[in-house]
Design a protein around this ligand. Structure first.
Ligand code: FE2
Ligand code: FE2
Ligand code: FE2
Length: 445
């Protein structure tokens, strides 16, 4: 049988291309992996304070995908005669300065300009160039990694630029975006581009860095745009008009509870930002966790809107993040979320399973049943995050001690929420746990 040249090497072509050697390849991939990771942290650092509701969804989705992009590159770098942990060191101080500057965005226009007009387009260009220069046979795993990452990154740029355009409503916004893009592009050039091989101008040619060398401080207020009223206590945020049908009212309340998961999502983003020096896997898990909670808020919004309910008719809940940032340190906040609430919601009844069964059997609402089915599945994952990052890592596997710590966070929460009482009762769904600690709650966070 003769060789079929069209199908040699499983369709891999240009096998004689002289691509990057192992070391040069790893050096470049390290820079891209670093930028992906910093992009995740930039989005996480701003998710809480960014007011525009739609921007929160965008940041939540992209921070998760950037975490996965980092992971994909990280795994490959670990195969290139480097340790995977070497990836945690910044590859180039000039690249670190660029990312530090992008983090210092002072409004949403600057934030999105940095991410979608400067950094991500540079990343897309660098990925394309890298793909074209590697040898597709010897460096097959890198080629495949980039084929997975690149289309998502292109989608980020398209979606992000399209959304940013909607915020550039006047000359002031346009010149703000242009000035910030110019500022960051100067720092990108100073780093020799993302790949680091372009000529670098003198440092004296750089515009003054924002921030005076001081560490960036995460803004700690929950941003909401002008459409929304806000509330720290939860009850006013889930108010449902009397419909003469308790099942229907319970269903609608559940939609609101899902919708208000933006506040726990923002809290996870804040924990990722404020808790330093944890292993990469911690941040990767929390990026997933954050995006899941953002998605749960989307479940609620989609369900409410499918019923023709105006999502601004109740105040928007900011109480979860407000309480956590006021009363708890980041690890305590994650203990509160994962151990005191999410692990407790695994109990049946009530818990996540009961919520799903209520939608399926009592309310017979197929869309909410579907949402709750996946919400429950996601919560199983979150409860495992609590097992790993709190019970195992913080408490050496001592489950009882972790649960006691979770109860202590609940006491702090109830104490904090008591200040918003108008009639002596504590406006918090968990207040009743003081008398019946085993009951948990099927009402969310
Ligand atoms: Fe990415
Ligand atoms: Fe959730
Ligand atoms: Fe959750």
């Amino acid at each position: 049988m003769r060789e079929n040249v069209d199908f040699r090497f499983a369709g891999i072509e240009e096998v004689e291309r002289l691509g990057f050697g192992v070391e040069e390849n790893a050096r470049r991939l390290h820079r891209f992996a670093y930028v992906e990771q910093r992009l995740m942290f930039i989005a996480a650092g701003h998710l809480l304070s960014t007011p525009e509701w739609e921007a929160k969804f965008l940041l939540g989705r992209h921070l998760y995908e950037d975490a996965e992009h980092h992971q994909t590159l990280r795994t490959r770098i670990g195969e290139l005669r480097r340790s995977e942990h070497s990836v945690d060191n910044p590859p180039d101080p000039a690249l670190a300065t660029l990312m530090d500057q992008a983090l210092r965005a002072e409004n949403t226009v600057e934030l999105l300009t940095g991410i979608y007009r400067v950094l991500k387009p540079a990343l897309v260009a660098a990925y394309r160039a890298h793909s074209q220069r590697i040898n597709p046979l010897v460096d097959y795993p890198t080629g495949r990694a980039l084929r997975l990452v690149l289309p998502e990154e292109e989608e980020h740029v398209a979606l992000g630029q399209h959304y940013l355009e909607t915020l550039l409503i006047g000359d002031a916004e346009r010149s703000c975006a242009d000035a910030w893009a110019e500022h960051l592009n100067a720092y990108l050039t100073a780093a020799g581009g993302l790949s680091g091989d372009a000529p670098r101008p003198l440092a004296s040619e750089l515009p003054p860095a924002r921030g005076d060398g001081q560490p960036w401080v995460m803004p700690q207020t929950s941003g909401r745009d002008a459409r929304f009223r806000v509330s720290v206590p939860k009850p006013p945020t889930i108010h449902v008009p009397d419909r003469g049908d308790p099942v229907r009212e319970g269903l609608e309340q559940m939609m609101w509870v899902r919708f208000h998961e933006m506040s726990p999502a923002e809290t996870v983003a804040a924990i990722m930002t404020l808790q330093k020096d944890r292993p990469w896997d911690f941040y990767r898990d929390l990026a997933r966790h954050c995006w899941d909670e953002v998605r749960h808020a989307a479940f609620g919004q989609a369900a409410l809107q499918a019923e023709g309910i105006d999502i601004t008719s109740n105040p928007n809940w900011i109480g979860f993040a407000t309480m956590c940032l006021s009363e708890l340190n980041p690890i305590q906040a994650y203990t509160h979320l994962t151990v005191a609430i999410e692990q407790a919601a695994m109990k049946y009844p009530p818990g996540k399973r009961q919520e799903y069964e209520f939608c399926r059997d009592k309310a017979q609402h197929p869309l909410m049943a579907l949402y709750q089915d996946y919400d429950w599945a996601d919560e199983v994952i979150h409860s495992h995050f609590g097992q790993e990052w709190i019970i195992r890592r913080e408490y050496g596997g001592d489950r009882k001690a972790a649960i006691a710590a979770g109860e202590a966070t609940m006491d702090k929460r109830i104490g904090f929420m008591a200040q918003f009482s108008t009639d002596g009762t504590i406006p918090d769904p968990f207040a009743k746990r003081r008398s019946t600690p085993d009951k948990g709650s099927a009402s969310g966070y």
